[in-house]
Design a protein around this ligand. Structure first.
Ligand code: GDP
Length: 191
C-alpha cells in the first residue's frame, strides 16, 4: 500500500474515548521492547509517529493512527515488562481485553514476536486468547536482520510449528518483509 497520509488520531484508555468505528482497524500487540513502534513507523514509512524506545511498559494508552483516510493502526500498550508496578499491570488487562474483545472495527491483530527467541509464555497466552476470541491474526517475527539467513530460516520453522503459517519475518531496519505484511493487512480489509 502506498501510504500518502498517516496521522495520529488520539489516545484512549477506554471504549468511551475511542474514535468512532468508521474505519477498519489493525491492532499491534507484543511484549515491551519487541519492536512494535519500529514496526509501525517502518510500515508507514515515517519516523517517530509511534514513539520508539519508550521506558518499557510506561505508555499505558491505546494510540489510534489513521492511514490514507482508509484504515487505522491501533498501537496497544506493550505487555510483560517485569518492572511495571502491579497497579499499572492491573490497568493493562481490562484496557487490552476491552479493546480486543469488543471492538467491532477490528479487522486484524498483528502479534509481534522477536525472531531470535523461542515463543515467550505471554505471547502464547496472547495467541490462545486471540484464538479463543476468534480474532483474525498474523504473527510478525521482527528483528530478522539480527540473524544470518540460515539461522532465520531455522527460527521461522520453529516459530511456525507453534504459530502456524501465519508467521511473517520482518526487519524494521531494512523493511524486509514489509510487502507481505501489507498484503496480509490488505486481504484482512477486503474480507
Ligand atoms: P517497542 O517497545 O515494542 O515499541 O519497541 P521499539 O520499536 O522501541 O524497539 C525496541 C528496540 O529494538 C529499539 O532500540 C529499536 O531500534 C530496536 N529494533 C526494533 N525493531 C528492530 C529491527 O527490526 N531490527 C533491529 N536491528 N532493531 C530493531
Amino acid at each position: 500500500m502506498k501510504v500518502v497520509a498517516a496521522t495520529f488520531v488520539k489516545s484512549a484508555t477506554e471504549a468511551a474515548h475511542y474514535p468512532p468505528p468508521s474505519l477498519p482497524e489493525v491492532a499491534f500487540l507484543g511484549r515491551s521492547n519487541v519492536g512494535k513502534s519500529s514496526l509501525i513507523n517502518s510500515l508507514l514509512g515515517v519516523h517517530g509517529l509511534a514513539r520508539t524506545s519508550n521506558t518499557p511498559g510506561r505508555t499505558q494508552l491505546i494510540n489510534f493512527f489513521e492511514i490514507n483516510g482508509e484504515l487505522r493502526f491501533v498501537d496497544l500498550p506493550g505487555y510483560g515488562y517485569a518492572r511495571v508496578p502491579q497497579a499499572v499491570r492491573e490497568q493493562w488487562r481490562p484496557m487490552i481485553e476491552g479493546y480486543l474483545r469488543h471492538r467491532a472495527a477490528l479487522a486484524l491483530c498483528v502479534l509481534i514476536v522477536d525472531a531470535r527467541l523461542e515463543p515467550q509464555s505471554l505471547d502464547l497466552v496472547m495467541q490462545d486468547w486471540l484464538t479463543a476470541t476468534a480474532r483474525r491474526f498474523c504473527v510478525v517475527a521482527t528483528k530478522s536482520d539480527k540473524l544470518s539467513r540460515s539461522r532465520l530460516a531455522a527460527r521461522l520453522t520453529a516459530l511456525r510449528r507453534v504459530y502456524g503459517d501465519r508467521v511473517l519475518p520482518y526487519s524494521s531496519l531494512t523493511r524486509a518483509g514489509a510487502e507481505l505484511v501489507w498484503e496480509t493487512i490488505r486481504s484482512a480489509l477486503v474480507d
